[in-house]
Write a protein that binds this ligand. Structure first.
Ligand code: PTT
Ligand code: SF4
Length: 617
């Protein structure tokens, strides 16, 4: 195929390729079509992985690619644009993995003149990669290896200045814990499906980025005017004041009220101690807030934790390390949360493996004693996991799916994951739409692609109708398809109601390409379908079992709260899944149809998928 290269505004059109084995780098232009058809961020990342990742490799081998990708809206003067995608083949799930992290590294990468950086190979010893505009240096990192993320970033800031954007891993990433994340700015964490472990497997302790260039925009004046208006709309919104008080922590009370607050390893959707960990309790302890660059609604709420240190709280962290493990003291939850940030562990997966361990201990499926709410035992387990020092630490470092497969004895019946990624903090015994959102999320069970639960609870909660599948797809398009590819934070829209209409306009001003919703939805569908093709390729086959929710929600009803007795119905779930597949143009195995691939300009995957699974028309 002959590719045309980018001469457009809004993108730089360049990828920086870094070979850590050889300590070499080069910059390369990428095809114009990739920008047009995938926009950037997640879209660009999956296109790169499809094209360049050797088939079937071990995600922790040097062959894996570790990608940082921004989009045309990243870092601009518009609300909450300081975000970037970190992506790779996941060591936790074996499929496509990514996360969205707020960091100055996102802004600096755009200033440095790249749309993405791709790392391959493995350094023979610990290294920090330093990108300064078009120059790359490899700084030995023996002195940093073993340090926690906060200390690593502090030392690198001393060396490279306060303006530098820095992404790093902690001991968990170094030790290849399968749910280790990438950390920045002490409380930003990205890449739930083990992106930190991939960095660790490459001996890449940190990436430092500084750039001095401009954003190469089509109409910078209109971007600024429109972006400034959007900032004002954020501040003037009705929900702004309360958001600034509680941020995502307001969700604890809502989740309790709606019976979706995970408790005791997702056995229940209500928690008797919720008042000890809710947004109002957080307000009593709050000492400040911080967040990502370019944001005027910063959501990282800081408290002094039980060890008198600063911990930055979010709903997911608190529910998973609080109610899900039976802990009702926010200052103690704060300690576990801070440890996760410093060691570089994903809090959601961590809360899930701790919950699984408590249940396995209770059922005597493992020879280890840890009880619900046992803070000291959980505290020690967090460290044992990050350092993989002990038998139990090593076991839990594999994630719930890996751990239950090793332990056996029905312990997979209470391993709460989809496709190997631990479920985030919404119980779905009584929320079929959210269960579908988790089960079909392109990275495994994360809420980020379709947080349909608030709509579901407020509407026809117990139905499994076609409209629900359509709603999941609508949200996946906007959240997982678009915000992840033009790359900005979705909270201005989700949480304070910023009009979505800003985004096509801003994209058009930034790039000069006319965007409307039809065009954007087509991009989103293309990205979703390519990610599905990538999963099938890497799994070497496919069946609808991959798109099923955790067994617990189907088999074991809730026993507490107003919805006691509720559970998902398997036949109805299957019919909901059929609607979903049909609306996406996938067959009843969850494999994209040939006609869908062709309509979405994904002809280049047809032959390979056909050989693996046999495509339907
Ligand atoms: C995100 C996931 C979330 S989603 C939370 S809380 W949330 C957890 N936060 C963690 C943390 O903190 N420390 C830690 N060690 N592990 C953590 N794991 C969990 O990670 C995050 C915010 C949040 S807070 C959310 S919903 C929104 N997510 C966005 C998204 O996905 N895309 C997008 N375009 N905008 C988003 N805005 C919001 O960003 P992952 P961050 Mg995160 C302490 O990365 O892998 O997607 O996992 O990036 O900068 O911390 O911002 O109630
Ligand atoms: Fe970051 Fe929160 Fe601001 Fe979004 S709202 S950009 S997650 S600080």
């Amino acid at each position: 195929m002959r590719w045309v290269y980018i001469e457009l505004k809004g993108w730089h059109g360049k990828i920086l390729w870094i070979d850590l084995s050889k300590r070499e780098y080069k910059e390369a232009r990428y095809p114009l079509e990739w920008a047009m058809d995938y926009i950037g961020g997640r879209g660009l990342a999956v296109r790169i992985l499809w094209e360049y990742l050797p088939r079937g490799i071990d995600p922790l081998s040097p062959e894996n690619l570790f990608i940082l990708a921004v989009g045309p809206l990243t870092g601009l003067t518009l609300p909450s644009s300081g975000k970037m995608v970190v992506a790779s083949k996941s060591p936790l799930t074996g499929g496509y993995g990514d996360g969205n992290i707020g960091s100055w590294a996102a802004v600096e990468l755009r200033r440095a003149g790249y749309d993405a950086v791709v790392f391959k190979g493995r350094s023979s010893k610990p290294v920090v990669t330093v990108i300064e505009d078009s120059k790359v240096e490899f700084r030995d990192a023996d002195d940093l290896w073993g340090l926690d993320t906060w200390e690593t970033e502090r030392r690198l800031k001393e060396e490279y200045g306060k303006q530098a954007g820095i992404l790093e891993i902690g001991p968990a990433g170094e030790n290849r814990v399968r749910f280790a994340t990438v950390i920045s700015q002490e409380g930003r964490s990205g890449g739930r499906p083990g992106m930190g472990a991939v960095m660790g497997s490459k001996n890449l302790k940190a990436v430092v980025i500084r750039g001095t260039g401009d954003f190469n925009l089509f109409d910078p004046k209109r971007v600024k005017e429109e972006g400034s208006k959007a900032y004002m709309d954020v501040v003037r919104s009705k929900s702004y004041k309360f958001w600034m008080r509680q941020g995502t922590m307001m969700t604890v009370d809502w989740a309790q009220e709606a019976s979706v607050l995970p408790a005791y390893n997702f056995r229940e959707g209500v928690f008797e101690g919720f008042k000890g960990i809710d947004g109002y309790r957080m307000e009593e302890l709050k000492i400040g807030q911080r967040g990502c660059p370019k944001c005027n609604m910063v959501c990282g709420n800081m408290i002094k934790d039980a060890e008198d240190q600063v911990s930055e709280l979010d709903y997911e962290n608190v529910a998973m390390l609080g109610s899900n493990i039976g802990l009702d003291d926010l200052r103690r939850v704060g300690v576990l949360n801070r440890l996760a940030d410093m060691l570089g562990l994903d809090t959601i997966s961590l809360g899930s493996v701790l919950g699984w361990a408590a249940e396995a201990s209770e059922k005597k499926h493992i020879d280890y004693k840890v009880e619900w709410g046992d803070y000291e035992a959980f505290y020690s387990l967090v460290k044992e996991i990050a350092y993989r020092e002990t038998g139990i630490g090593n076991l839990l470092a594999e994630g719930v799916r890996g751990a239950c497969l090793k332990v056996g004895k029905d312990s997979c019946d209470y391993a709460i994951h989809a496709k190997g990624l631990e479920v985030s903090a919404y119980d779905c015994h009584a929320a079929p739409g959210m269960a579908l959102a988790y089960a079909t999320s392109p990275i495994g069970a994360h809420h980020k692609d379709a947080w349909v639960i608030s709509w579901e609870v407020a509407t026809n909660r117990f139905s499994y109708d076609r409209g629900k599948a359509a709603k999941v797809i609508e949200l996946q398009r906007i959240r997982g398809g678009l915000f992840e590819s033009f790359v900005a934070c979705r909270f201005p829209w989700v949480e304070v109601g910023l009009s979505l209409d800003y985004y096509p306009k801003l994209l058009t001003y930034a790039t000069g390409v006319k965007y409307d919703w039809n065009k954007l939805y087509e991009v989103a569908d293309r990205i979703y379908t390519l990610i599905r093709a990538f999963w099938i390729r890497e799994a070497g086959g496919w069946s609808r079992d991959y798109d099923m929710p955790p067994v617990r929600w189907l088999k074991e009803p809730l026993t507490k709260g107003p919805l006691a007795g509720a559970r998902l119905d398997i036949d109805s779930y299957n019919s909901l899944l059929n609607h979903y597949y049909d609306l996406r143009g996938w067959d009843n195995r969850g494999v994209p149809r040939r006609s869908t691939l062709e309509r979405l300009k994904l002809d280049f995957v047809v032959n390979e998928l056909d050989k693996i699974v046999g495509l339907t028309e």
